[in-house]
Write a protein that binds this ligand. Structure first.
Ligand SMILES: [Zn+2]
Length: 118
C-alpha cells in the first residue's frame, strides 16, 4: 500500500506523571489532563491510583487519554460525558461509575451521574 506522504497524520504524545497529593484535594480525584505552556499534553495521576482496581485504572486512564484526544482535535469545550463517550468509542468498553463514583469498566452507573462536574 502506498501512503500519501503529503498528509502528516496527527500525532498524540502524552506525558504521564505522578502528581503531588495537594493536586488531588477530593476523594474521587484520581487524575487530570492539561496542556502545558509548551503545548505538551500531560496526564497527572494521584498515588491513589496504586490502590485502585484494575478496571478502574483502565477506565480512569482511558478517560484521561480521551481528554487528550479531544484537545488534539481542537474540541476544547468537551464535557466529561463526551470524554467517556470518546473513550468508549476508542477502546470499545463502556465507562461506568462505581459506588464511590470512580470510573470503572465493570458495571455501575451510566451515564456519568449528574451531581458530578460535567
Ligand atoms: Zn475528565
Amino acid at each position: 500500500m502506498m501512503l500519501n506522504r503529503s498528509i502528516a497524520p496527527k500525532r498524540l504524545i502524552v506525558n504521564i506523571r505522578e502528581g503531588f497529593e495537594d493536586e488531588f484535594p477530593n476523594y474521587r480525584d484520581y487524575a487530570y489532563t492539561y496542556i502545558d505552556e509548551d503545548g505538551e499534553y500531560i496526564i497527572v495521576y494521584s498515588k491513589k491510583m496504586y490502590q485502585a482496581t484494575d478496571p478502574s485504572i483502565r477506565a480512569l486512564m482511558r478517560h484521561e487519554m480521551a481528554h487528550a484526544l479531544h484537545f488534539l482535535n481542537d474540541n476544547d469545550d468537551h464535557s466529561e460525558q463526551e470524554t467517556d463517550d470518546l473513550a468508549e468509542q476508542a477502546w470499545g468498553d463502556r465507562i461506568y461509575y462505581d459506588e464511590d463514583d470512580i470510573q470503572t469498566l465493570e458495571h455501575g452507573k451510566y451515564p456519568r451521574p449528574l451531581y458530578l462536574h460535567q
